[in-house]
Design a protein around this ligand. Sequence first.
Ligand SMILES: [Zn+2]
Length: 808
Amino acid sequence: MAELYVDIAIPTAVQRVFTYHTRHSDVKRGMRVWVPFRNTYAIGMVVRVHSERPEFETRPVEQILDDEPVMDEVMLKLTEWVHRFYYCSHGEVIQAALPVGLNFTSEKILKVKKGFKGEINETQREILEELESTPYRLRDAEKRWREGKERSALRQLIKKGYAEVWEQPGKKVDYKTARHWVLADKTDPAAVLNRMSEKEKKRKWVQAFERLSKMPLPLSHSALIAMDPLFTGYTLRRIEEEGWITAVDLPVKSDRWHQARHEPHRIKTLSEDQQKVYQEIVKPMERGEYASFLLHGVTGSGKTEVYIHALKKSLEKGRGGLVLVPEIALTPQTVQRFYQVFGDQIAVLHSRLTDREKYEAWQSLKSGEKNIAIGPRSAVFAPVENLGILIVDEEHDASYKQFDPSPRYHARDVAIMRATLEKAVVVLGSATPGMVSVKAVMEKKHKLLQLSMRPTGSMPEVRILDLKAYKGAMRGPVTVELYQAMEQALKRKEQVILLYNRRGYASFLRCEECGHVPQSPESSTSLTYHKRKNILLDHYSGYSRRRDTRCEACGSEKLSTQGSGTQQIEEEMAALFPNARLLRMDRDTTSGKHGHQRVYEQFLSGKADILIGTQLVAKGLDFPNVTVVGVIDADTELAFPSFRAGERMYQLLSQVAGRAGRAEKPGIVYVQTWRPEHPAIRHARTHDFRAFAREELRERELLLFPPFSRMVVFHFKSPSASRVQSVAHKFCEVVRKITSENVVMGPSPSVIEWLSGQYQWEANIKLDRRYSANSIRNLLDKIFEEYDAVKPKGAAAVRINVDVDAIE
Ligand SMILES: [Zn+2]
């Protein structure tokens, strides 16, 4: 029989595929194989089967790991697009797209092949005997026999097939049934809860029971754990011990779905506004065509209900759905709302799931048992069968962009590409859409849908407090006006949120007299202060100058480089409001699995009067008793050295405003700033997103920043300061030669110049935004080819990462 050749994608930074030969005629594209790779072995995925004999000598495929392709055509094409567009290897993308157990990092177990025949030497016999009694994990075996003779003996055993490498976990696990929870026979939740004292009701497991009793039970153990931090192994076991719930083994494929779907109270009727939007989304779905929408609606305008109806429509058409959310821990209410309607039909792909749970969720989608997936960024690769609709909620959120490690993809853009491949509909939803999506609407790439009404209550009032006018009228970090508002709210037993969004790592110079922050003459972004060299630096263009000694706006010599942290604000508040109970929410207080949720629930249950926090407090939370929100220093966000600083500021203020007064009590947002004239602040006051977007886009166009260009950022990292600098300069020389002078910016030290033993530099190129995946790849290939020919001595010690469409 003729030799077959297979091209294999392997997760390595090398940008190409690797060709092997095989005699297995049943090998197919999308199957994983076990192949010798460099000095070891690797799992790779077959991306092409052919009979073109390459010029070099090929090595054989050792083992085919799957009976059926684990990736279908659409996913192979999608991952290929990500590979081309984001300049990473196809293997890296596939690795990121598959769960542990099916991707390339799964455990490899070494076992003795039964009934092997052949000559072996003494060392090999010893190894086999040991393996016979205890199968080793491959990496443990490689550690156990890592030296000289033993090492080569082990290799030979594997190569000859006397010792075999097995995949784990997966195949052997029985996924047909799973543990589900139901209410115990005689449990009457209302009666149980009525008997409890208020104190008892505050216990975590009692709260868990209360929430559980409102769910469409039975639900699987893993689904519950995934959807809400209140449900843990402990709380569920505790409830079971009380005899309120019982565990049952049920088929994973559940027919209760039909009951849930027909429970009329679970689906809310759409308002007239929502109905119009829904009709637009459904039209292309009826025809089975690709379409993309930007759904613009303020917080509380009912986007989620539109999503739910559209998902329902997709299911009726026999197709699936995919919902991306920025971070599940921050959006528990949204996820629960989907659960109420779709029940166990949903697979939640969540970073808190164990590897096995992720694998199960993946399988339940792949097999068609479940047909809606919800999850953060990486869920864009969820194997939903026959996908009909993709929803990207909070589409502007920066967490959709992967930064490290490669592949550095943007889940929103991958979702759009996936929708075109699947002939599905994609809906990008946001109260403050990103400029990229706004531009796409102007170019008629997306259709704009609007939900203008906020059904319950009106938008809160936003008051801008110009710090220039409050000189001498400050109480610590707050103006007299904000101080009085807080005092009044606390008197009424209402709650206060104080936002202090200092970005820990970017330091900048600010005048204490007039609030002026020096801007770069080249990119109009704020200059960052680098203490080591005592300079102000523009990390886009590389422009730098010595640290100013006088304010360039007012001449004052009172310049400071350090703002205060949330902890300091907390101390000052404790002094101002000695009777108030304070709570802090920042990276320090929310570490750990459920840290964020813990602080959130403490505040929600009224255990504190004032919540002080970073931007975390603005995300996805709903506090009905909050009537005063204070943004202590809006300028810290504006001073962030990014052309997106204004966009971020607007988003932040809009989110914060969405938090205030969502129930019956109207709220007021106080924004303290030195720059009341800034467009982000001016337009946030009137909730006028369109006006803000117009101004913001005009500015970006002037400076050719995205979305008027495509930005590719090169990151250079090395333990050697001199090498990273010389490589960065050489590299930019090459880039300038190949592209043109005016699209290259840099190189310059990164905002974080030194991190975990590495010096970091960066450079940018701004490409015409019509550059396709292929033309970006061709250009980058050319750059790297040329660079390889001229790279300076010691270049190997410098790592170069490429980030296409970077978001800093
Ligand atoms: Zn000044």
